[in-house]
Ligand binder design. Sequence first.
Ligand code: GLC
Length: 746
Amino acid sequence: MNKTTKAETAVSILTESEVAERVEALLRQMSLEEKIGQLNQVGGADFAPGPKAEEQIRAGSAGSVLWVNDTKRFNELQKIAVEESPSGIPLLFALDVIHGYQTIFPVPLAMAASWDTAVPEKSQAVAAKEARAAGIHWTFAPMIDIARDARWGRIVEGAGEDPYLGSAMAAAQVRGFQGSDMTDPERVLACAKHFAGYGASDGGRDYDPVYLSDTQLRNIYLPPFAAAVKAGVATLMSAYMDLNDVPASGNRFLLRQVLRQEWGFDGFVVSDAFAVGNMVIQGHARDGREAALRGIQAGLNMDMSSYTYTEQAAGLVADGAVTVSEIEDLMRPILAIKVKMGLFEHPYVDEDLLAAVVARPEHRQAARWAAQRSMVLLKNEGGLLPLKKDIKNVAVIGPLADSMESTEGSWMVFGHTPAAVTVLAGIRAKLQDAQVTYAPGPEIRRDIPSWFESLMAEEAPKQPQTAEDAELAFQTAVETARAAELVVMVLGETALMAGEAASRASLDFPGRQAELLKAVSDLGKPVVLVLLNGRPLSINWAAEHIPAILEAWEPGTEGGHAVADVLFGEVNPGGKLPVSFPRKGSHAPLYYARNLTHSPEDSPMYNPRYWDGLPVPLYPFGFGLSYTTFAFSNLKVSAPQVRVNDTVTVSVDVANTGEVAGDEVVQLYIHQKWGSDSRPMRELKGFKRITLQPGETKTVTFQLGPDELKYWSTNAGQWIQEAAEFDIWVGADSLAALHTELEVVA
Ligand code: GLC
């Protein structure tokens, strides 16, 4: 087997015409079955029903394989493809590497909380190096679904509620995974998913139908995908659900009109798992034959493991329902990417490479750095934080305090064994001379188990804890806290309580965590709450009664060290919330960029929306504190009036008015006061994370032009920028008060 050398000789970068020539030459030698085979992604795991992977590959009926995570196995399967299939076309190996391969980074929602595009870009570049060294060519990431309903479990995988922040994070992840050169042996293909609108499932219930108007699709849910395509993403994944009653995998509006005709996308689209065949279940196809027809006509290039294409496409061609050239059109971008990546020259992976790559110290350093920058300080009454390192006796309490799996978080790589530094381990490493005690308290578990449990959890699902054992654990935890001078509570959700098939109606602490927090707080000692969670939580009581609260999300392999770095002041937290925190699950969907309506919050006739409690977020979008303080002043626009299509510069001074250096995320929001359509009361249109020394002031500038001021108008049925007056705010979160105005004239 011609194994690659460690320093893989770079493949020459081909011109588009050279790629096209090679694709046409391949195509001319291929049978129809083989052309259809390239559209087929084989499920390489036992849970995926269907013919054996080897048989499909040997027959030339496989273009790609997913759910295999074994370097030797990759080479075995690739050998069959290259040496035994009719045309010897190499396979693309794909896997969900969402936030790290072996070195795990903070979950994507946490990365977005850094409000620093360098965080996702650097993190995904490391993930790509490790995944590619394992033999993976293609990751099913970034997940860039806007999510405004915190009940939806997959909010953890995206960048939150805002299209402007989400678009910046989407492009940064694509750059991190793919780099700028498709032949780079340390990069992987990215896959923008789930196209499109998946985050708006009814009631936040995963997989449920999505109904979105043009204005919602165009102004909120599609922009991150447009940004990913503009950043050169190689592939997209069509979503599971019905979008306006048409499954995304058979949706010509999405796959042909928007993606190909409007955006000029030239890569390829893979369906979500079994989604082509599932169109029969969803009632969009009478049978597999019609499902295949729907996918082909919609322009869906690759069928993820439902085998509907390999079972039906040849028959559709024989019947004249589909032409050979339609099959070839679907196949070309798949072959083109294989040629561009140099897979024909280097189909195999060096089986010794991964260990060396993962051992690079800069990988864990990057994971710690990313986790530090993702943390959001939600409360710090009386300057309890940062803690002093001469503290003698700390109790670390809570079911997540020593959980590697919950520290690494949702969407673990298939077959990965968690090895995170937990919060307990991080605090113990920081306080070598102190007594650091620990008690988990009662365990927490989903009311309805996740079917991912068997795939993702390192240990098989345990028997639920008995009520007696839970009570004993509760009392032990309270007694452990009583004996300490300060308590760090680590509460939130387990890794499987957010993510796929992990929606929930409540946003409260699961289990007896809230009760335990109150019991510990009643002891009258200083309590710091560290949250490990994959979604906003309604921590209303804690927000009132606990003096210090740090949102650590699911911080990855180095999470415990990063939490300790922040708690003990070695790092000053500077993250901001990428999602609003509702006071109740039933307030969702809840987001800041709402329309004013005829009864805005500040009107005398304000309708309190719910009479049983205002749906004001517990913490607003963009919120986050620091160990220092900042002041905004001198907000100016370069011209009070500009013409449509002109650009204006907005500037503001930001000062560090405290005693320590710190980061502030300067955020710019606009409000178009009137227009063809009603526009949201605030929309994020600029952000910059800056570092300021104590006493230092910096002037921050933003550009406001057509890109920021245009919107898709329901009335006009197209993108427009119109003459109108605008409110402009700049500040530290979406409630920013520093205000000026801008007039745009025709
Ligand atoms: C899953 C997810 C998708 C993932 C795919 C392959 O069901 O919806 O995000 O990439 O299947 O594992």
